[in-house]
Design a protein around this ligand. Structure first.
Ligand code: F6R
Length: 609
């Protein structure tokens, strides 16, 4: 997804702009550009491809100047190209803009501007903003920006530079993140904290509609109406190293190995001192509140949706409240039945996914109570929801989500137990049993990471197959979906997950000799039935890798290979079974020479529809 940086201060801007953009590379992008005011003009340099291409282009002739803006673009309107890369300028080159988001009414604005004689250089929606600036500017930079904001519709984080007022950068946002880093005699702008963390930890996080005039030694923030806003400084407490690879070859592998810590960090602050109950200080729900909820929606995208499937199972099983689950891009357009007795839970690692944010807003608009489960403090979704639970997974950089998924499962599990405690739907013995099991999970995740050699071998053996199938029932099916998503997104192998009982209704036709089938068999009440399904695929000469719990000595009789995970309560086993599936996907991608951390066509955070 697009990244934004800006600098104004006592030093050269370009080195920071390039450094900041490199820290945002994880968001996914297809072109990059910077613009620097050199004392008389704004010099714009941009290039399709990796940031390295831009660096090569300006090597030995770096734009000089102490004020500038930069951007990494993930194409929406107009294909990836030098011309479509940001920053964009008006006809005169006096106004330079970078933008994340979508200007929805750009076509009508473009027509109007062309009719007035403006010449467009790109196919982007963003360029209209630069030409509008030129059109409305009347000697007052801020007034012009406000006027332009009144004309555009859509979502944006926008940063404006003007040759006529080069002592300031103006920025504003709507539905896209924007952060201002506060320095000493210099200030920074970025779409995400990793871009500025090496320079400052003191930040202002802009809210929707806020408008900031950033000078080298001041930041002036106003609201939509132009009234001053007093911002609280948000101190970033992440370790800069946390955003780097720390010795692993890829962020994804590092993040897979960070799961024991991520799970521990997510569990421990929410266990009472005696370990006998769940504390959710974020919520403080009571019986009356829970009794008022007649239906829960879980809404999310991708991996977060897969975690939501497990969450639905947990809530219904433990707290006995009906749950519907939706993909966010479907939910927002399907006219779901929402009222004040509804609780909408949105799950989002980034807290910025556009469809999830829209689903949240729609739920609120229709009167639902809302809860966000996210990994990013201060993200748009966190700020929009009535209540927030954070997964303390730490920054997740790899495009393929791993530790966010396992911590989302943990939060859903703890939330369900917390709800069941209030509603009295589980016995104290069962709650104690589950809490005891939960405390062991971080160490058990570590155990699953100890012996990766067999997984590497399978990845080498089967990594060049065209198709891989995942099967399971109940929670095993939900985890299969996540395993298949991991494999397809980073290794580009066609991978599909099926509810094992559904095979006979069509998919069995695809099972032929040598096709790898990953079969999860950890759920007791459907164990025998899963075994029958495994026999069905074996009878068609599939190669079956079974995933089972330690004490299972049965499965190995029916499959070609078995991967075992430590024994735990079958409700918690998805947190363990997903780990070998993540590793299998990782090593299959390595076998095939794929760019694991930046899979083709994908972005870390999907902030457009
Ligand atoms: C897959 C993956 C995506 C995200 C999805 C939602 O590995 O990372 O499917 O899960 O884009 O993102 P968030 O959780 O940030 O809303």
């Amino acid at each position: 997804m697009c990244g934004i940086v800006g600098y104004i201060g006592k030093n050269q801007a370009a080195p920071f702009l390039l450094e900041g953009l490199s820290k945002l590379e994880y968001r996914g992008y297809d072109s990059a550009g910077i613009a620097v005011y050199d004392g008389s003009h704004i010099r714009v340099e941009k290039s399709v491809g990796r940031l390295a291409s831009l660096r090569d282009k300006i090597e030995g002739d770096m734009p000089q100047g102490a004020v500038g803006i930069g951007h990494t673009r993930w194409a929406t309107h107009g294909r990836p190209s030098d011309r479509n890369a940001h920053p964009h300028t008006d006809c005169s080159g006096d106004f330079v803009i970078v933008h994340n988001g979508i200007i929805e009414n750009y076509l009508s604005l473009k027509e109007e501007l062309i009719a007035k004689g403006h010449e467009f250089q790109s196919e982007t929606d963003t360029e209209v903003v630069a030409h509008l600036m030129e059109e409305v500017y009347n000697g007052d930079f801020e007034a012009a920006v406000r006027e332009v904001l009144g004309r555009i519709e859509g979502s944006y984080a926008l940063v404006f530079l003007s040759r006529k007022d080069p002592d300031r950068i103006i920025c504003t946002k709507q539905d896209n993140p924007l952060v201002i880093g506060l320095g000493d005699g210099e200030n920074f702008i970025a779409s995400d904290i990793p871009a500025i963390i090496a320079r400052t930890r003191r930040t202002y996080i802009l809210n929707d509609g806020e408008f900031a005039v950033v000078k080298k030694d001041s930041v002036w923030v106003t609201n939509r109406e132009g009234e001053p806003v007093t911002k609280k400084v948000f101190e970033v407490n992440w370790n800069a190293e946390a955003a780097e690879k720390g010795g692993y070859e890829h962020f994804m592998l590092k993040e897979i190995h960070e799961q024991p810590k991520a799970v521990r960090d997510t569990v421990s602050p929410r266990l009472s001192k005696d370990g006998k109950s769940i504390i959710m200080n974020e919520l403080n729900w009571n019986r009356e509140f829970l009794d008022s909820i007649k239906k829960i929606f879980i809404v999310a995208c991708g991996t977060a949706y897969n975690a939501g499937l497990v969450g639905k199972y947990y809530i219904e099983k433990l707290a006995r409240v009906p749950v519907e689950i939706d993909i966010a891009s479907e939910f927002r357009y399907r006219d779901p039945i929402i009222d004040e007795d509804t609780l909408t839970i949105v799950l989002s690692q980034s807290g910025e996914t556009s469809d999830t944010l829209a689903a949240l807003k729609e739920s609120k608009r229709q009167g639902a109570k809302t809860l966000a489960i996210t990994n990013v403090v201060g993200s748009s979704i966190a700020r929009e929801a009535d209540q927030v639970i954070y997964t303390w997974a730490g920054p997740e950089i790899a495009v393929a989500s791993t530790k966010a998924y396992t911590t989302q499962l943990i939060i859903m599990f703890m939330l369900s137990l917390y709800m069941s405690g209030i509603r009295g739907t589980q016995s104290q013995e069962r709650i104690s049993e589950l809490l005891e099991a939960l405390k062991k999970v971080p160490a058990q995740v570590s155990e699953t990471l100890e012996d990766v050699e067999p997984i590497k071998t399978f990845a080498k053996q089967y990594g060049f197959n065209e198709d891989v199938f995942y099967i399971g029932r109940s929670l095993d099916y939900d985890v299969s979906l996540e395993g298949a998503l991991k494999l397809k997104e980073i290794s580009y192998i066609h991978a599909e997950a099926y509810a094992a009982g559904e095979l006979k209704h069509g998919t069995l036709a695809l099972i032929i000799e040598g096709v790898p089938v990953i079969a999860l068999a950890t759920q007791k009440n459907v164990y025998e039935k899963t075994l029958s399904n495994i026999k069905e695929v074996k009878a068609r000469d599939a190669v079956v890798i079974g995933i089972a719990a330690e004490g299972d000595n049965e499965l190995e009789k029916y499959v070609d290979h078995v991967i075992k995970v430590p024994e735990t309560d079958e409700l918690l086993i998805p947190v363990l079974t997903v780990v070998p599936l993540q590793l299998l996907a990782y090593y299959a991608a390595i076998t095939r020479g794929c760019d694991v951390d930046k899979p083709r066509n994908l972005a870390k955070s999907v902030t457009v529809e």
